[in-house]
Design a protein around this ligand. Structure first.
Ligand code: GYE
Length: 348
């Protein structure tokens, strides 16, 4: 019986020691959790749990691309992907196939993943307030690249980087004024506009109209959206030729213009001669037609925004000040240029 008692006593002691050990372990774990919680609270660790200031962990950039509707868009995506690789930035790229709801989903997935920065090309200007507020609440800065948004609170966006679309419209108008010097009116214009409610569509239309507004010879007799698609450009031009007499085509992007030229030729007319053609973007296909005299003016809009986006992303993560708006340097190519044939390859 003593023996049993001693054994029991030994087991009891062992049990007690084990209990003490477990308690100590629990306390230690609690302390570690508290310390980690504190560190997290003060943001000393990046959103993916690794020390952000530790160069080991690359910046994570969530990029929502709106689609692949034109050579311009494909060139833009390629520019962002290459620039991220060159800058050592980890890129999460989502293609929204032209749907705003897909872009909103993509932005929400970036917020859930806790990326360091978001950049996106908003298909249209309106309808972003809620998701951008969520990004702000998550402490994730957002760059608008290529197209802009209209939001109630400007602080939801860190900056806009892209083209001055209004100025592109103005330059298109300036070319037309020069082209039509001494030509009696009426001069009937057809416009194939871009994606409805997108910044390039709104501002290219406004800049062009403001430039020709004071010249009574000009009349816009037809205007319809081709959604920046070649197929739609072809279709809308067919409709123009069957419904209106026009002297000038103002097309908001080269993809639609290439489609429109097909319809003009199919209609037995000579593009660039029977109908003066003004287009925007500067894709290789349009420059080639300009060199052939089938297009009269190409207003440049560069898709090469990748490098500047990476510079801005690094500055934002470092907490540095950045400009609210950064416009690309751009030019235009017209039939009046002497060196048309020596325009170097466009790369998109
Ligand atoms: O002009 C067009 C593309 O947002 C500037 O979108 C861009 C426009 C570009 O589909 O080709």
């Amino acid at each position: 019986m003593w023996e049993e008692y001693r054994t029991l006593k030994v087991w009891n002691e062992k049990l007690m020691n084990a209990k003490v050990l477990i308690k100590r372990l629990a306390v230690a774990l609690l302390i570690i959790a508290a310390v980690l919680g504190g560190v997290w609270g003060f943001g000393m660790i990046g959103r993916t749990g690794m020390p952000r200031e530790d160069e080991q962990r690359p910046i994570i950039l969530g990029f929502s691309q709106l689609g692949s509707e034109s050579g311009w868009r494909i060139g833009n995506t390629r520019s962002v992907v290459k620039a991220a690789a060159d800058a050592g930035i980890q890129l999460m790229e989502r293609n929204a196939e032209q749907k705003q709801e897909n872009q909103i989903k993509a932005l929400r997935s970036f917020i859930a993943y806790q990326v360091d920065v978001i950049a996106f090309s908003p298909k249209v200007e309106d309808g972003w307030d809620n998701v951008l507020r969520e990004a702000k609440e998550a402490g994730i800065p957002v760059i608008c690249s290529d197209r802009a948004v209209k939001v109630a609170d400007d602080s939801l966006i860190a900056c806009f980087v892209g083209s001055d679309f209004y100025d592109q419209g103005v330059r298109a108008g300036k070319f037309l004024l020069r082209k039509m010097e001494g030509v009696p009116g009426p001069i009937r214009i057809a416009e194939i506009s871009g994606t409805v409610d997108s910044t390039p569509m709104r501002d290219r239309a406004r800049g062009f109209r403001d430039m020709i507004a004071n010249d009574a010879r000009f009349e816009i007799v037809y205007s319809k959206s081709g959604d920046f698609l070649r197929s739609m450009g072809k279709e809308v031009m067919r409709d123009i030729l069957s419904t209106a007499e026009v002297d000038v085509l103002y097309s908001h992007n080269d993809a639609m213009t290439l489609g429109a030229v097909e319809s003009i030729e199919a209609g037995g007319m000579i593009p660039g001669k029977d109908i003066v053609i003004i287009t925007v973007d500067g894709e290789q296909g349009a420059i080639d037609l300009l060199k052939q005299g089938k297009i009269n003016c190409v207003v440049e809009c560069t898709p090469m925004l990748g490098d500047i986006i990476m510079v801005l992303a690094k500055k934002l993560v470092a907490g540095e000040e950045i400009p609210r708006v950064i416009y690309s340097e751009e030019t235009m190519f017209t039939e009046f240029d002497d060196n048309l044939l020596s325009i170097p390859p466009r790369g998109y």
